[in-house]
Design a protein. Sequence first.
Length: 106
Amino acid sequence: MLRILRTVSEARVIALAVAIKMGERYNIHSQLEHLQSKYIGTGHADTTKFEWLVNQHRDSCSSFMGHYDLLSFFAIAENESKARVRFNLMEKMLQPCGPPPEKPED
């Protein structure tokens, strides 16, 4: 009798865990959609490979400019001033992957 009660309680716990997981799945998708609409770099279902690469390169350049030690390292490696390295990184952010590819006409 004790074993049956234990399995019934285990079944309830499992059913509750499954119900929570289903609720989390919906909640996670709605949170992801909210973030994708709020921030440009998070992408969406129709993000192309080029757009994704541009976002990655821009995020990297902005991180390099924001971290003083990395900026100093690049300045020493390129034998340039920090201001020149920062300027070059900002210029690179305009088109980090070159011009966008031509879209096929349907």
